[in-house]
Design a protein around this ligand. Structure first.
Ligand code: AHM
Ligand code: MG
Length: 336
């Protein structure tokens, strides 16, 4: 155990990325540089989130509040932080943020080969009460750097080369996949470094938890309603599942990844496409789930196979343990 602790202790996220680099010599370290800028954004936001309750007193950006200037909202600040961090990496070309209506095309001198879709601070309803929130990101490779178009980000999730999230919770955790499994890193505040604490995360095949906003139940379609009913009243004599719902996708998915079970944001009569956004919520989380051995389903097909036509498009989503998602798939198959 001591030997293992020592090994993981020293594995910073940068060292991990440099090791991975060996698998993609053609990237020439560009991905490692991009990742270090994402990490910088996460650390900045983590520190701002920690001070959120004090923001009115001391100001979010530093110790002194600039006179007369109104405090920036945390989600607006986080967006500015990530846009700046990504652009200044010199490795990005097209950026899609939940906070910006239009995609951002990086100017030629700073242009690189990666496209990043992100939600800088997800779970905004949880900010003011100190509950976990997070940043979500998905990364694509540009086709032609000199000819960036929206098509470069309107790609199915299967074309993503990496995805991850950072959770600002009781500790700050960054979960990442570059298509070779899933790894979790925890921010050591005394070092300011993300340390590999959860190597090669695999989601249990079946879980004991379901996670959904049940307040929408009266508008659900039949298969979703039937599935949730079965979670509470299993037909096979097994114990009922527990309900856990934080209302921050990052936190609900993180728990699902570690403990197993299912997270759902289904379609309902009022929102036929559900709530969550394809490019920076559904795709990155689906990519991670599959990489961890779980599944992700839209109610019709594999979530990563959506071909988006708009950057802020939504989709229903059911993701988590392989067997639990299998069950909801069979209910939808029986329906059609
Ligand atoms: P936001 O981008 O406005 O924060 O909304 C996204 C959040 C997700 O984090 C979470 O899964 C979902 O909204 C919860 O929605 P609801 O409050 O409808 O249950
Ligand atoms: Mg969001």
């Amino acid at each position: 155990h001591a030997a293992e602790a020592q090994r993981t202790d020293l594995m910073t996220i940068t060292r991990h990325a440099l090791n991975e680099q060996g698998r993609h010599p053609e990237s020439r370290g560009d991905f490692t540089i991009l990742l270090s800028h994402i990490v910088l954004g996460c650390k900045f936001v983590a520190s701002a989130v920690n001070k959120a309750g004090l923001a009115k007193l001391i100001g979010l950006a530093g110790e002194t509040n600039v006179q007369g200037e109104e405090q920036k909202k945390l989600d607006v600040l986080s967006n500015e932080v990530f846009v700046k961090a990504l652009v200044s990496s010199g490795r990005t070309c097209v950026l899609v943020s939940e906070e910006n209506e239009a995609a951002i095309f990086v100017d030629a001198p700073l242009r690189g080969k990666y496209c990043v879709c992100f939600d800088p601070l997800d779970g905004s309803s949880n900010i003011d009460c100190g509950v976990s929130i997070g940043t979500i990101f998905g990364i694509y490779m540009i086709k032609d750097k000199d000819n960036a178009t929206l098509e470069d980000v309107l790609q199915p999730g299967t074309h993503m080369i990496a995805a991850g999230y950072c959770m600002y919770g009781s500790s700050c955790t960054l979960v990442l996949s570059t298509g070779n499994g899933v790894n979790g890193f925890t921010l050591d505040p005394s070092l300011g470094e993300f340390i590999l604490t959860h190597p090669n995360i695999k989601i249990p095949n079946k879980g004991k938890i379901y996670s959904v906003n049940e307040g929408n139940a009266r508008n659900w379609d039949a298969p979703t309603a039937k599935y949730v009913e079965r979670c509470k009243f299993p037909q096979d004599g097994s114990s009922p599942k527990s309900l856990r719902y934080i209302g921050s996708m990052v936190a609900d998915v993180h728990r699902t990844l570690l403990y197993g079970g299912i997270f759902l944001y289904p379609a309902d009569k009022k929102s036929p496409n559900g709530k969550l956004r394809v490019l920076y919520e559904v795709f990155p989380m689906s990519f991670l789930m599959e990489q961890a051995g779980g599944q992700s389903f839209t109610g019709k097909h594999r979530a990563l196979e959506i071909v988006p036509s708009e950057i802020h498009q939504r989709s229903p989503i059911f993701l988590g343990s392989y067997d639990d998602v299998e069950e909801i798939k069979s209910l939808y198959a029986a329906e059609s």
